[in-house]
Design a protein around this ligand. Structure first.
Ligand code: URA
Length: 192
């Protein structure tokens, strides 16, 4: 069977492998299936749960602004989360929930085959590198393998709580753009 995003979406809605499904809707990633860049957040919040779409609340609006600052639109990239359900009261996802949802993120990465993955915040960074801290690693490209670079950036929601991080996020997006330009990856589907 060929793996497609709609097929993945359907399977996720049937899946009961994470107890969070009892209290929340499944939210898969969305965007360009041929995207060069993939952004990964933590877990859906209230608005995402209501609309069953990633990054459509306040943090999502800020993410749209950050993307626009480097000439990108959300439909040109792929946007997803580590955990596929909203944790109650927006608490942080547990290690167990992250591990339970991990196969879905792996399938999305296998399907999109992005060249650059941007983990937004420490939960997504921890999916790739357990020993790196977001405070030290943000804004600096890290080689994952011959094909993929990880470019960690703070979670946009962090700047909504701590205004001092706002400029840091804009700076990191500029650094991301410079990296994409240098590697000839500026076109949203550069590897197709
Ligand atoms: N925060 C996240 O990490 N993901 C979303 O989809 C929305 C807010």
């Amino acid at each position: 069977m060929t793996l497609t995003l709609p097929a993945l979406q359907e399977k996720l809605h049937e899946w009961k492998g994470c107890p969070l499904h009892e209290t929340a809707n499944a939210v898969l990633g969305e965007g360009n299936p041929h995207a060069t860049i993939m952004f990964i957040g933590e877990a859906p919040g209230q608005r995402e749960d209501e609309l069953k779409r990633p990054f459509v609340g306040a943090a999502g609006q800020f993410l749209d602004e950050l993307l626009a600052s480097i000439g990108l639109k959300r439909e040109e990239v792929y946007i997803s989360n580590v955990v596929k359900y909203r944790p109650p009261n927006n608490r942080e996802p547990t290690d167990e929930e992250k591990a339970q949802c991990m196969p879905w993120l792996k399938l999305e990465i296998a399907l999109i085959r992005p060249k650059v993955i941007v983990p937004l915040g420490r939960h997504a960074l921890g999916h790739f590198f357990t020993k790196l801290s977001i405070t030290n690693a943000h804004g600096k490209p890290q080689r994952l393998n011959d094909d993929v670079t990880i470019f960690p950036i703070y979670h946009p929601a962090a700047a909504l709580h701590n205004g001092g991080l706002r400029q840091s996020l804009f700076d990191d997006f500029q650094a991301l753009k410079t990296f994409l330009d240098e590697k000839n990856l500026s076109s949203p589907t550069a590897h197709c």
